[in-house]
Design a protein around this ligand. Structure first.
Ligand code: FUC
Length: 822
């Protein structure tokens, strides 16, 4: 008998056994654990290291599950567990007094002195000392029956958001399943076995430091503590056993001879998202206790079913099939190692895609107090890589590239709220660095759970003028996709405040065009023709592209709301005076105001931020601005196809926007290289860990999210606009603009496009076959496709421009459009 069939029978016997004695139990075990859909990650060994463990999360509270045989470990996280305190005095109050000197020094091309002055006067005053941290560990040490261990399997079902493990010890079969419920704010683990009385273990809670464990009752344990600063946390755990006994051990709970056990855990902190109150709310004790009482009063199956239903409300909005599913019967690590060029297992790319969506749902539910951070929700340690914060010159925004496009719009809300919370500290920072009369708000390179808006402590990374402008792109995009005018009216003042800051602080370059100064290009240096190496100049391309994007969005926002015409007119004048993007001597898009790219001593630098205008911006498009698009392509060729994990994912998006699906797919294949490297490597070592977390290395989740965005951009784009008959901006929806040849057949359903559209698309032989577009706002739009289309019930004028068939659909035509290739 095959191993799979044996295990299936074993599992079925557990189910039958658990179903027989009581009526209150219905489907605690998934009998299909062994029948693999493509939405399952599965392994034949327990996790030996963190990058092999499987992540679960209800947005706010999560765990990495190791699924051991002799022991189990759940490394716990809570999204607000930050060490340190708000650093409200990190701005240099006199920085603005040096602004003119720094600007003059830059204009005089004395970049070395400018760098010294900027480092001395334009950085933060205080060291950046807080980090996102682990919440602690829950461990189970099992007393197993005597016998050989066999039939081991663990999995993460991303369609249900449930992690499972099953194995046999001698003739006893064991099964555990774990999930993080958002409706009931708890992590639950259920332990079952095929033989009565065979579940025995000791449960403990622990944390590296600053924690106290207390026994609450014979079946309840509590861990309380603080992160060394002003944040209090609490975890409570309760054991519900059937058969056998549970009693207190030495600050632990000891289960002996149970038939079945449910572990329920709740957690919370004193964090509130309120800068004025220094983020300090009340002790979490009341809420954590209430949540535990609530969860333990419900039947396990109800908790499980409510969790699955709430999770699937998000996850199932998008389905993605690529190629055939025969390979999904292979363990995930084998599939990853085999992936190669991706041609033989395209379905693995769709698993990676859906896993990215899973990770966003699990680290950013609408009720999160803080957004998904640079490790999402998951991090083990007290000082995590780069503090696991919200780097706003690169990672913060990238985490949410996929939110709107992949139909997870509400999950964007924690980020949108968090950005708005930076207005108050950001106004202080704007005044400290640009003068007491500076209007609006601003922050640069990073932010954290404590509302940090000061610059970093050093160049080349710490000084950056674009963080707030870029974060505001997301405020706008939420409207662009949803058309929610009430929301837009609410966030408009935040956009305006960001725009006012830039309008007041841009200066004229030698030609009278507007630029930022001092200005950097994220974390990169330049070498001038006179061989001066520095990182600070004026008018670096990414910063001016961000300001262009912000003003362009602001103009559309005020037009859509029909308000603020005077400010809008001013914004138009300023936007059109921003220094134009420049093409350099090798045909590349210039990163700097000088044509210095070819002088670089680091030509493959991981940041390619100066292509912001191509993606995530929209100032450069393959069809609308072909010369700039060609320059962007040349830049990408010069930078190469490797990088850190997130850098590779950026390039996927760029090549997709350039409509080169094969090149975008080549980058995806580079990203899906298996690695177990966890040391920090700053170049060309990007890859994917066994648990499909993206490797910078170390783990950084933006690569996962960026890849989902890149794959979506290969299938659907809606970043270009045209003026409709009423003079309003409307969207052009591009169907399969960058379909790679490695994906000849596929179907994706439920994607979103700007303007309030939901789409499903199918293709065969690398060509679109059918599609459905649902318009929720009834807006006018255009469809663009590489193949001619028929739109059911409409006879539309077909234009063939730049190699694409284009159809214009007026809003009066209806709401659902069925498309087929001619
Ligand atoms: C920026 C990047 C690094 C890393 C860090 C979190 O500093 O340059 O590569 O992603 O953020």
């Amino acid at each position: 008998m095959s191993k799979q069939i044996t295990l299936q029978i074993a599992l079925l016997s557990i189910i039958l056994m658990t179903l027989l004695p009581t009526t209150s139990r219905s489907q605690p075990i998934d009998p299909k654990q062994n029948i693999k859909s493509n939405n399952v990650l599965w392994y034949t060994q327990p996790a030996k290291r963190w990058e092999e463990a499987l992540p679960i999360g209800n947005g706010r509270f999560g765990a990495m599950i190791f699924c051991g045989v002799e022991s189990e470990k759940l490394q716990l996280n809570e999204i607000t567990v930050w060490s340190g305190n708000p650093q409200t005095n990190a701005d240099r109050p006199d920085a603005y007094k040096y602004l003119d000197t720094i600007r003059r020094t830059i204009r005089a091309a004395d970049y070395k002195s400018a760098e010294q002055l900027t480092n001395k006067y334009f950085t933060s005053k205080a060291p950046y000392n807080s980090s996102y941290q682990t919440l602690g560990n829950l461990t189970l040490d099992f007393k197993l029956p005597v016998g050989k261990i066999s039939n081991y399997e663990r999995s993460l079902d991303i369609d249900q958001a449930i992690a499972k493990v099953s194995y046999s010890v001698g003739d006893v079969n064991f099964y555990r399943e774990t999930f993080a419920s958002n409706p009931d704010k708890a992590i639950l683990q259920k332990l079952m076995s095929s033989k009565k009385g065979s579940i025995s273990f000791k449960l403990a809670l622990s944390r590296i430091e600053n924690a106290k464990i207390q026994q609450l009752s014979s079946n309840k344990l509590m861990m309380t503590g603080n992160t060394g600063g002003s944040l209090e946390f609490e975890v409570q755990v309760e054991i519900i056993n059937k058969g056998g006994s549970v009693k207190n051990g030495d600050l632990s709970l000891v289960v002996e001879g149970a038939d079945e056990v449910t572990i329920i855990m709740t957690a919370g902190t004193s964090y509130i998202l309120d800068y004025a109150k220094e983020f300090k709310g009340e002790s979490p004790h009341k809420l954590v206790s209430k949540q535990l009482i609530n969860a333990s009063s419900k039947a396990y199956n109800t908790l499980r079913a409510d969790h699955v239903m709430e999770y699937q409300k998000y996850f199932r909005r998008v389905t993605f099939q690529l190629g055939d599913l025969t390979k999904s019967n292979k363990p995930t690590l084998e599939r990853l190692k085999d992936y190669g060029d991706g041609k033989s297992d395209p379905a693995f790319a769709s698993l990676f895609y859906q896993y990215g969506r899973y990770l966003l749902i699990s680290s950013s539910r609408p009720d999160n107090l803080l957004p998904s951070n640079s490790q999402g929700l998951w991090g083990d340690g007290l000082d995590l890589p780069w503090k696991s914060d919200y780097k706003s010159n690169i990672n913060y925004q990238m985490n949410y590239w996929l939110a709107e496009q992949t139909n997870l719009s509400e999950l964007h809300l924690p980020m949108l709220r968090f950005t708005q919370s930076l207005v108050v500290p950001g106004s202080k920072t704007a005044k400290a660095y640009y003068g007491p009369n500076t209007p609006g708000w601003f922050y640069g390179y990073t932010t954290n759970g404590w509302g940090w808006t000061s610059p970093g402590s050093s160049l080349p990374w710490g000084v950056f003028a674009g963080g707030s402008g870029w974060a505001c792109q997301h405020l706008w995009e939420h409207y662009a996709f949803t058309g929610d005018k009430k929301y837009l009216a609410k966030i408009y003042p935040v956009l305006k405040g960001a725009a006012e800051f830039y309008i007041a602080t841009l200066i004229q370059d030698r030609n009278g065009n507007l630029i930022t100064s001092p200005s950097t290009s994220p974390e990169n240096n330049f070498i001038t023709d006179a061989k001066i190496k520095s990182s600070v100049t004026e008018g670096a391309t990414m910063e001016k592209s961000i300001v262009w994007d912000l003003l362009n969005n602001l103009i559309q926002a005020s037009t859509s709301l029909g308000i603020d015409a005077d400010f809008r007119n001013k914004a138009v004048l300023v936007r059109d005076k921003i220094s134009p993007l420049k093409i350099g001597k090798d045909g590349q898009l210039q990163e700097w105001n000088g044509d210095w790219d070819l002088n670089s001593d680091d030509p493959n630098h991981r940041h390619v931020s100066h292509l912001f205008a191509l993606h995530p911006g929209k100032q450069i498009t393959a069809i609308g601005t072909p010369e700039l698009a060609a320059a962007a392509k040349r830049t990408l060729q010069l930078r190469g196809d490797d990088g850190t994990g997130w850098s590779i994912a950026w390039k996927e998006n760029f090549w997709a926007r350039l409509r080169n699906g094969d090149h975008a797919h080549k980058l995806l294949s580079n990203q899906l290289r298996y690695t177990d490297e966890t040391k920090t490597i700053m170049a060309d070592a990007g890859g994917t860990y066994a648990n499909l977390f993206d490797a910078h290395p170390p783990f950084q989740i933006d690569g996962n999210f960026g890849a989902v965005s890149g794959m979506t951009e290969m299938l659907l784009q809606s970043n270009e606009t045209f003026q409709n008959s009423k003079g309003l901006e409307s969207y052009i929806i591009d169907l399969l603009p960058a379909l790679p040849t490695a994906w000849p057949t596929g179907t994706i359903t439920g994607l979103k496009a700007r303007g309030g559209f939901e789409l499903s698309l199918s293709w065969k032989n690398n060509k679109l076959t059918t599609g459905i577009i649902h318009s929720s706002l009834g807006a006018s739009f255009k469809i663009r496709s590489p193949v001619p289309l028929k739109i059911q019930g409409l006879s539309l004028k077909q234009e063939f421009v730049n190699g694409y068939y284009t159809y214009k659909i007026e809003s009066k035509n209806g709401k659902i459009y069925k498309i087929s290739a001619e």
